[in-house]
Design a binder for this molecule. Structure first.
Ligand SMILES: [Zn+2]
Ligand SMILES: [Zn+2]
Length: 349
């Protein structure tokens, strides 16, 4: 089969790899679509680790094409997505149902082969823990491939207590900031205020229904967020761009007792971020971070995706496995929103 291979930062090629076979307890998927994550781009930039020689791709959707011995409840031909985390199932976090925090976790696409290839081997651990989810017939697989980033977004929104009527400030309207916008809308949140320096992205945020879209280069973001929230500040603040200098100003957008979530990853070794400790003490602002999602959040996201406005517009750049290295360079150039690698042979509808 043809596969994208990560060798080292800046070095991604397309090569022939043997097709995997599903041993006992495992599944093999014929991949329909796999999307490129911001963290894949961080690996490409050398900011995050992945094993040399691994097949990237953890945001995948496909069709079960081999069912290993002993697997129950999953059949050939089933359209599925997976939660790509292999967990130990024994540590404190696993016992709490938070396999995304497992101390020994391995992730497909970083530590084990992922989905930028015709076939993906789903290891027995992922199958046994129920991390394979059927995609309903009304959801195309090229949208279902967005379940992983959307589940990470749902985890972030739930951590912030976002529900109908929650006011939000979203700092950064890249693909993940925009996913926050449309998923929060699906949950009924609002008003939602987006701050983004790139005009093209501000336009998308406006078109996708943000209540207020600000340019941090010339607008008074803090004043505008206060004005839009009855003078209080936002109930939830999402920092979805990994620029440490934005953390302080983001804290200024929060009302007392708000939750501020650092959703983006930040480059390692950056300077520490100063902030006013009285925001935490007197204003009782909760400052937190989030990464990945629980398997149950994947399950619920798959349901929610069917009603998320504009979800079919999130993918702007489409590639084949042969052109997949271009997906990385396009992302480095900030060209478009989500990039998707699509595979012939599986009808995404
Ligand atoms: Zn991802
Ligand atoms: Zn564990």
């Amino acid at each position: 089969m043809r596969a994208t291979i990560f060798h080292a930062p800046g070095n991604v090629t397309v090569e022939d790899r043997p097709e995997p076979t599903a041993g006992p307890g495992a599944l093999r998927l014929r991949i329909a679509a796999a999307s490129l994550c911001a963290s894949d781009v961080r690996v490409y930039r050398g900011e995050k680790h992945a094993v040399a020689g691994v097949i990237p791709g953890h945001e995948v959707a496909g069709v079960v094409d081999q069912v290993g011995e002993g697997v129950e409840g999953i059949r050939e031909g089933q359209r599925v997505i997976i939660c790509p985390i292999v967990a130990c199932n024994r540590c404190r976090y696993c016992l709490l149902g938070r396999r995304n925090r497992c101390e020994k976790r391995l992730t497909l696409g970083y530590d084990l082969d992922g989905g930028f290839a015709d076939y993906l081997l789903v290891p027995p651990s992922i199958v046994a823990t129920g991390q394979v989810f059927e995609v309903s017939a009304d959801l195309p697989l090229d949208i279902a491939a967005l379940t992983e980033p959307a589940a990470c977004t749902l985890a972030s929104l739930e951590l912030c207590g976002v529900q109908a009527g929650t006011s939000m400030a979203i700092v950064g309207a890249g693909p993940m900031g925009l996913l926050h916008l449309i998923m929060a809308q699906a949950l009924g949140a609002g008003p939602i205020i987006v701050s983004e320096p790139i005009a093209e992205r501000r336009e998308i945020a406006k078109r996708w229904g943000a209540d207020l879209v600000l340019d941090p280069a010339k607008d008074d973001v803090k004043g505008a967020v206060k004005a839009a929230t009855g003078g209080l500040g936002a109930d939830a603040v999402i920092v979805s761009v990994g620029v440490a200098e934005l953390v302080g100003p983001a804290l200024d957008l929060a009302r007392p007792q708000a939750v501020v979530n650092l959703f983006a990853g930040f480059p390692r070794g950056g300077a520490p971020v100063p902030f006013d400790p009285n925001l935490v003490h007197y204003s009782e602002v909760l400052l937190t971070g989030s990464q990945n999602a629980t398997a149950d959040q994947y399950r619920r996201t798959l349901r929610l995706l069917r009603t998320v406005p504009h979800i079919d517009e999130v993918v702007t750049n489409r590639y084949t496995v042969e052109t997949s290295p271009d997906a990385y360079t396009a992302r480095l150039a900030m060209n478009g929103l989500k990039s998707l690698v699509q595979f012939a042979g599986v009808d995404p509808a």
